[in-house]
Design a protein around this ligand. Structure first.
Ligand SMILES: [Zn+2]
Length: 446
């Protein structure tokens, strides 16, 4: 009789739907077929035993990653980013439509993205496309071509070939996307509010923070909510930093407005108080705010107002980060944290009494739901056999030399973090295999 499974994973601790338990997981053809109490599955040709010092998590899904290939591959590429992702426990990522050339705002540009990614990815990769002024007619063809959803900016994106939309254009895009059942991800900083303040320059972090105050985000989040209320299209606020906006989002959701929101590891871990003048490794937009704001973001996760935590891995060359001059005005705004997001979040979450089940919901299940990937983000029958093996009680000191993304600049250098990723399994295969094995995902599955 043929074996029922080609792989059985026996885990003393597996996180299935929020709870940790001893489980045997039967896998065939890269897919989970059975999740049973420990010891209840027959042996298989391959068996992986995971002892009690590590936890089997669903492979993480990072729905906010900027891979700059093609066009700016010297900033970051598919090979380097996806290796860093795998080392960080991520088995699926979704690429943002800007920072590459061309930007992903047409079907031709999507084809260029796919061609650049083909055969170079160590994890599964999907694509967001852009909604920019003048490409309304491209949204349906891009959706048909398999993008998982769309991204727009309400403020300057920092990239001339990805201009911001007006609030009216955001509404138009949401109306079109509502009909397609596709989400619109919005960078919620208000161009008008930011322009009234002006750009910061120089080495003082306080000046940079003052140039992007909470109000710049609050106004834009209110505009996103009203656009979603009016059109009934699903709007998703990316990388929320201002905790002031949480009550607005909570109120809108109580009223049934289709709005969701994410935050990022750096907003949950780092504080403005600890950022030294000239420390441009910490520059991102919206900015890292005060410690009190950070605690309110944790409350937002606890209350379920914030749905998910994703990296906003936003790479550049080391020179673009202006580490020499320390000028917050000219430095690239972006933090690269694909490889570190899980331990960064776990270090902070553990201290606040959260479980690995909570972390798996924020970093695997809900990002998969946002991206409409029905086979990703859970350890359950019918899902892809994607796993992260995580030792939650081990700790390590961040050494930039061990980071695998292209330019290992990080604000976490020297930080002591709790939790070590021991391994990553993609569709039943350990990712350390000798060649890239990731698939390019399209809407509706692989
Ligand atoms: Zn981003």
């Amino acid at each position: 009789m043929a074996d029922a499974f080609d792989l059985v994973i026996r885990a003393a601790r597996a996180v299935c739907d929020g709870a940790e338990a001893a489980r045997s997981i039967g896998v065939a053809g890269g897919r989970i077929l059975a999740v049973e109490p420990a010891g209840s599955l027959p042996p298989a040709p391959r068996v992986i035993e995971i002892g009690p010092d590590a936890v089997l998590l669903p492979g993480l899904v990072d729905s906010h990653v900027h891979i700059c290939e093609p066009g700016n591959t010297e900033w970051e590429g598919f090979a380097t980013a996806t290796r860093a992702a795998a080392a960080g426990g991520i088995t699926t990522l979704v690429d943002m439509p800007l920072d590459s050339v061309p930007t992903t705002v047409s079907v031709d540009a999507l084809h260029a993205k796919r061609a650049a990614a083909e055969g170079r990815c160590w994890v599964d990769v999907g694509f967001w496309a852009g909604a920019v002024p003048g490409n309304l007619g491209e949204l349906a063809p891009l959706h048909e071509a398999g993008v998982l959803g769309f991204k727009c900016f309400l403020a300057d994106s920092g990239s001339d070939d990805f201009p911001p939309v007006s609030t009216g254009q955001m509404e138009q895009a949401l109306s079109v996307l509502r009909g397609l059942g596709s989400p619109l991800l919005v960078h919620a900083e208000s161009a008008e509010a930011a322009a009234a303040i002006g750009e910061a320059s120089g080495r003082r972090y306080a000046d940079y923070l003052a140039s992007r105050p909470r109000g710049v985000e609050n106004l834009a989040v209110a505009q996103v909510i009203e656009a979603a209320r009016k059109t009934r299209g699903h709007a998703h606020v990316v990388h929320l930093s201002s905790s002031d906006a949480l009550p607005m989002i909570a109120s809108a959701r109580r009223e049934g407005v289709p709005v969701t929101a994410e935050t990022c590891p750096h907003y949950l871990a780092l504080t403005a108080e600890e950022i030294a003048d000239g420390a441009t490794a910490f520059k991102c937009s919206p900015p890292i705010r005060e410690a009190a704001n950070r605690e309110l973001l944790w409350d937002g996760l606890r209350d379920g107002v914030l749905d998910l935590v994703v990296s906003d891995h936003s790479p550049s060359t080391a020179a673009m980060k202006e580490l020499g001059s320390g000028d917050f005005g000219t430095a690239w705004g972006g933090i690269s944290s694909l490889q570190l997001g899980l331990p960064v979040v776990w270090t902070q979450a553990h201290r606040r009494g959260f479980s690995l089940g909570d972390v798996a919901a924020w970093m695997a299940q809900r990002p998969a739901q946002l991206a409409g990937l029905p086979g990703k983000g859970r350890i359950a029958p019918g899902y892809d056999a994607d796993f992260c093996v995580f030792a939650p009680d081990e700790s390590f000191t961040v050494d930039p030399a061990r980071l695998l993304h292209r330019h290992p600049v990080t604000p976490y250098a020297g930080h002591r973090l709790q939790g070590v990723v021991r391994g990553t399994i993609l569709r039943g295969e350990p990712v350390e295999a000798a060649r890239p094995g990731g698939w390019l995902l399209a809407r509706g599955g692989a």
